[in-house]
Design a protein around this ligand. Structure first.
Ligand code: CA
Length: 238
């Protein structure tokens, strides 16, 4: 699995040459390996040949809507995503998070700010990969199966359900701590989570839409008001 490698691969999807150069130079300076795609189509081709650990995606691409690129990218090879947008638009941000993006930056941004976000996201993913039990195995719960090593989620009826890297990280945290209240910090493995950061709730609601018969009345992932979330199922690892 690529994200367990010591050198994460980053795919930079940006059509503006100057901005792409600034990003790639900054990644170079900090020793990251990257590929660059100037269009949505090139991004999807590149991801097919070499699935990235993290994609940095400009929403304004010449050939495809950036949101559509992210949707297709997450379907084919779930990875961490940082959105770049020229508009400080809350709808974009929320929609991006709905699609499984992990973070977003509004242009113009400081290269150092981008690097800080990249590091924080990769730390989260690499750690969650490290935390996987030695033989990662599969978690069985309420008829579902989650293969932790390939982030494969299979429904009780045998359907494969696609899940983003961000959702997989969160699901794994829940599956490792069944019937225990997890705080927001514990859910994403970070300290000092901004209480107004909606990204955790957005990911929880995405997970619920995939896992729950009635997402409005969740049975598996319960909200414990003022405390966090509770995963209500027995979990067996194999
Ligand atoms: Ca652009």
């Amino acid at each position: 699995m690529t994200r367990a490698q010591p050198h994460p691969r980053i795919l930079v999807v940006e059509d503006e040459t100057d901005i792409a150069r600034i990003i790639c130079n900054a990644l170079d300076d900090y020793g990251f390996r990257w590929d660059h795609a100037a269009t949505g189509r090139r991004c999807l081709q590149a991801a097919q040949q070499q699935p990235p650990d993290l994609a940095i995606v400009d929403l304004g691409l010449p050939d495809m809507d950036g949101m559509e690129v992210i949707r297709q990218l997450q379907d084919a090879s779930p990875c961490a995503v940082i959105i770049l947008t020229g508009r400080n638009d809350v709808t974009d941000r929320v929609l991006g998070l709905e699609l499984g993006a992990d973070d977003y930056l509004v242009k113009p941004f400081e290269p150092r700010e981008l690097i800080a976000r990249v590091r924080s996201i990769l730390r989260r993913y690499l750690r969650s990969a490290d935390d996987t039990p030695a033989a990662p195995g599969s978690a069985l719960f309420s008829g579902w199966r989650f293969d932790a090593s390939r982030h494969g989620l299979t429904a009780p009826d045998g359907r494969d359900v696609s899940i983003s890297a961000a959702e997989a990280t969160m699901l794994l945290a829940l599956l490792r701590n069944p019937n225990r209240i997890l705080t927001r910090e514990q859910l994403i493995g970070e300290r000092n989570v901004d209480p107004y950061d909606r990204s955790i709730d957005v990911r929880i609601s995405r997970l619920r839409r995939k896992l729950e018969d009635d997402p409005q009345n969740p049975r598996l992932i319960k909200t414990v008001y003022g405390a966090g979330y509770l995963f209500c199922s027995a979990v067996a690892w194999e």
